[in-house]
Ligand binder design. Structure first.
Ligand code: NAP
Length: 493
């Protein structure tokens, strides 16, 4: 049978750090038959969607940016959401990828066409065919709102932190916040500035360390602009400092004891009230859940109009929350800082060879891919920020860039050899994952706390149990022997 040509060589899904970086890499290497499919009306991924008050990154600006596009003009050590979003717009503009975005193209499903050896992608705007697909969907793009009895009865504004309703009138109101994770500890201090009362419903107290944040002055900007090697050296220093933090995560959780002491001293200084301090003191090893950094959260919790409630929530009424201890607290608005769905990291159905559903497989046994990048049974498909490539200690942008480099090698191999498909071998995937899962059992994440890193069956399908430099080494050179290469559907190259 004569094979049809797909519309695109490469379809990228999502326009966050992953999608934009991938588009830039393709263009740099002369690929032009590609598109970035984006469900929203503008680029930015998580930094477009999360615009809650106080939204910021907990990785320093010069590290949380592409290695090839260092800006000397960051306004702070730790970037805030508007500045990161405008950095992403700047990169898309500067590297000429804007014409490749197709906004309003949410991907509903995609199916591997075995006969044609390409992907049929069902989008909000109809079908698109592509030889290869690069998923930049992001690991934390689908908000999770727990089902609480009666929540549909609540009459006031109720929204998730990733869908912040800036139109809701929150000033001088009683605001209930559910959850005390990375997002909540950033917006609770902001709410405390405007609300009459803030009720913070905590299930598990997070470990919190001070944030070494400060404005970057004109002097630093001038030095960075005039001497990029100084900025480069600073970036390297920050990278290796963060790498050293992984020791307690992946080598020996006992190493965390020192950092725990620091955090407890920080808590003690910030919260003199012993009863409140007890409620804010974590009872699990630091690092088991994501370590948070904030200078504002504890002072906000000390404010007289902010209350920390540790009783579970039994139900929600029209204008109140009822705790499991039977206490009824009035609330004008509810804000869910309850995180994201990580058990089901795919936001669309992916049907590979022989009708296999990636979503169903990942739900059943946990997400898995060779080096987090490709899964057997699903040819010509690459994941950025895929399974077991998340970090708790360093910049995800470094991981994304390493993954883009590997994906570019795969695409270059396909082009050089005239391949129709490239599919990771089952044994390569099994071996790399067996090693990874063996290593992960010794990490701090498996020490018994409840976190979104670990599934209910105990499998950790989210984090990379190593240093970033180890991952970079691992994906530096793609080994063609790890793949089945086919010149045309069915035939091995
Ligand atoms: P999160 O850290 O997962 O926190 C969710 C919070 O909601 C936790 O306190 C959790 O309690 C609570 N919760 C969940 N379900 C609940 C329920 N049924 N009842 C009561 N409480 C419930 O979510 P997030 O704050 O949105 O952050 C998610 C991730 O986004 C972070 O881990 C981080 O990777 C990323 N993030 C990063 C930054 C950054 O600066 N780089 C900023 C924001 C977010 P338990 O702890 O008991 O589960």
């Amino acid at each position: 049978m004569q094979a049809d040509e797909p519309e695109l060589d490469v379809a990228i899904i999502g326009s966050g750090f992953s999608g934009i970086g991938m588009a830039i890499a393709l263009l740099k290497q002369g690929w032009t038959q590609f598109a970035v499919l984006e469900r929203a009306a503008s680029l930015g991924g998580t930094w477009r969607d999360n615009h809650y008050p106080g939204c910021a990154c907990d990785i320093p600006s010069i590290l949380y940016s592409y290695s090839f596009e260092q800006s000397p003009r960051w306004s702070r050590m730790y970037p805030q959401q508007p500045e990161i979003l405008s950095y992403l717009h700047h990169c898309a503009e500067k590297y000429g990828v804007n014409p490749y975005f197709r906004f309003g193209h949410g991907v509903r499903a995609m199916r591997w066409d075995e006969a044609q050896a390409f992907w049929r992608i069902e989008t909000d705007q109809g079908e698109i065919t592509a030889r290869a697909v690069v998923s930049g969907m992001g690991a934390l793009s689908q908000p999770s709102i727990p089902a609480i009895p009666g929540q549909e009865r609540f009459a006031g504004p109720a929204f998730h932190s990733a869908h912040w309703d800036h139109g809701a009138d929150l000033a001088e109101k009683t605001l209930a916040v559910i959850g005390t994770g990375a997002s909540s500890i950033q917006f609770v201090p902001e709410l405390a500035k405007i609300a009459r009362r803030v009720l913070v419903f905590q299930r598990t107290p997070p470990w919190i360390l001070p944030k070494a944040d400060r404005p970057l002055g004109p002097r630093e900007t001038k030095i960075y602009a005039a001497l990029p090697m100084v900025q480069h050296a600073h970036r390297e220093a920050l990278f290796w400092l963060n790498e050293s933090r992984a020791l307690g995560f992946i080598v020996d959780p006992k190493i965390m004891v020192r950092a725990q002491r620091l955090a407890l001293r920080f808590l003690e200084r910030a919260v003199p009230d012993a009863a409140l301090r007890a409620k804010l003191t974590p009872n699990y090893i630091m690092g088991c859940k994501r370590i948070l950094i904030s200078n504002e959260y504890y002072p906000a919790m000390m404010a007289p109009h902010v209350e920390l409630i540790t009783e579970g929530i039994a139900e929600i009424g029209r204008d109140e929350i009822v705790t499991q201890a039977g206490r009824r607290v009035a609330a004008d608005a509810i804000i869910y800082g309850t995180g994201f769905q990580t058990v089901e990291p795919l936001s669309c159905d992916v049907i590979g060879r022989f009708g296999r559903s990636l979503r169903a497989e990942w739900q059943a046994r946990g997400a898995e891919a060779h080096l987090g990048l490709s899964s057997e049974g699903f040819p010509n498909l690459f994941f950025l920020m895929g399974p077991n490539t998340g970090l708790g200690h360093n910049s995800m942008v470094a991981m994304i860039e390493a993954q883009i480099g590997y994906t570019m090698q795969a695409l270059a191999l396909m082009r050089a050899k005239g391949l129709a498909s490239l599919e990771v071998r089952a044994d390569a995937q099994q071996q790399s994952n067996a090693r990874l899962q063996a290593r992960i059992t010794k990490t701090v994440w498996q020490t018994g706390c409840r976190s979104w890193y670990v599934r209910e069956d105990g499998r950790n399908a989210t984090l990379w149990p190593g240093f970033v430099f180890q991952y970079q080494n691992r994906v530096r050179a793609l080994d063609p022997a790890d793949f089945h290469l086919a010149r045309q559907a069915g035939g091995q190259a």
